[in-house]
Ligand binder design. Structure first.
Ligand SMILES: [Zn+2]
Length: 151
């Protein structure tokens, strides 16, 4: 299942990417262009009730909660998603690109020295080039996801 999140749902989009879902997010898209993403087979996620009735009901989810973590639970529950832990952290949270694993040698000079010496496994976004490593941020996020979704 692939998604497109409206401009009010940037944090939700990042969370969905964290758990491995292909999620487009633009903060400057017109309503028409946003709605058109449903034609590409994406489920639209929106807080904008003006869009009610403008797209088939099964292609859009109206998000009620203000809290991004609750929003994530809402989407998982409403759509019956089954997040797979082996898909977590396979996408770039910034741009939705797919992460590829790279050798430490490939990222030398591109991450802080103390990070480079402490890790042997890195991932790089194939789209924007951002480099990720299994540092505290990911560990904390993995825990949060576990607590939130029970996975
Ligand atoms: Zn990226």
């Amino acid at each position: 299942m692939r998604f497109a999140a409206d401009r009010m749902l940037g944090s939700l989009a990042r969370w969905l990417r964290f758990i491995g879902y292909d999620t487009l997010y633009f903060n400057n898209l017109s309503d028409d262009r946003f709605l058109a993403l449903a034609d590409e087979g994406r489920i639209l996620l929106s807080r904008n009730s003006r869009l009610t009735g403008k797209v088939a009901q099964e292609k859009i989810v109206f998000i009620k909660d203000n809290d991004p973590k609750e929003q994530l639970r809402e989407v998982v529950r409403l759509l019956g998603l089954r997040p797979q832990p082996d898909m977590f952290f396979t996408r770039c949270s910034l741009c939705n690109g797919v992460l590829e694993s790279v050798e430490a040698g490939d990222v030398f000079g591109h991450v802080p020295d103390h990070v480079w010496t402490a890790h042997t496994r890195f991932s790089r976004c194939g789209t924007c080039g951002k480099i990720y490593w299994p540092g505290t941020h990911l560990t904390r996020s993995r825990k949060k996801i576990g607590l939130l979704l029970g996975v």
